[in-house]
Design a protein around this ligand. Sequence first.
Ligand code: ZN
Ligand code: ZN
Length: 411
Amino acid sequence: MVSEKMYDKLAELVVKKGVNVQKDQPVVINANIHDAAFVKKVVKCAYEAGARYVSVEWKDDDLARMAYQYQTEEVLSEVPQWKYDKTKYQHDGGACYISITSDKPGAMADVDSEKIKIANMAYYTKMKDLMNYLMNNESQWSVIGLPTVEWAKTVFPDLEEEEAFEKLADAIFAVTRVTEDNDPIAEWEAHDKEMAMHADKMNEFCFKTLHFTSELGTDLYVDLVKDHIWVGGGCTTPAGVFFDPNMPTEEVFCMPLKTGVNGIVYSSKPLDYNGKVIEDFWLRFENGKVVDYDAKKEKESLDKLLSFDEGSSHLGEVALVPYDSPVNQSGILFFNTLYDENAACHLALGRAYPENLKGGVEMSKEEYAKHGANDSMQHVDFMIGTRETSVDGIREDGEVIPVFRNGNFVF
Ligand code: ZN
Ligand code: ZN
């Protein structure tokens, strides 16, 4: 059972280790209204850590659903200037961002996906030049999850509400490394070190291509950009502040060459994209682009993702996650990318992370594209790792080195 004390520890963890709030730094929290009690704990911790001000951006699934239902496409495509100005003001003040996710999976299942796409497109287009702030890690950001009854009932549909909630809550706290009597910050420091070691090893190999195969039929070659950097276990801002963007995190990730992905890949877990759960899908790539695909459920939502913009049908991330990761060991399908992506090797459609390319953060847009980095207004992870996933690394001279066997790192 999750005690009040554990919620306190989680709040402290995300403030001190997640975003690592600095003295006099503004803090912005994105959260659902049903998490207000926990949010207040986080706000208090942030002030105690020296936050200049803490601003909470509240959201609610029911209100969002009503907006899609009742607003015209014209209204949905209008993003007021004040929204831009507000975010810009936060960035100019050097704010760090905490997101607390607890959405009910598939919350937008009954909403017209065209309307979701229109609203998203308008939002990302308006905010485009502000997106670098977090994509480039110019300031700290961190995402954690919080259990809710609605979410738990999706994960454990056969259990009674209370039992389902406790099971989900136990799992979330366990994989976030918060227990009744541990020191979560110390555990995270040790974990970050181990992740960084895996990333260092991958960097030493300097692979040209990764070859993925699995029992689902995946047979995919992913070229990496030249001068790529594998990253794992936390990030550092230009000002030198270390932070953990995702809690949990079990991945080391890198940048695929935009035009260098070939073969077929099968999803190994459902994907909640904009509140729609896409299931059992596959993608066929040619020279980096998805040329054919299908899904057993919510194919229309996959259509919207792939046609969102030019970059959303190319890859921006390749990530290695051991099958034995604690998230996967929990045996739970969370229907939430923060958790599910840390249970399995994954790829992301859309924008690449500049930190995965040497000098990437400082590069001009043109130079960055020339290196083969993908750009898009989307970045959507989907899971491909399985019990029998194998990954071979292929070096420039053709030498093949086993990286993954039976779903886990060889080294
Ligand atoms: Zn990832
Ligand atoms: Zn990602």
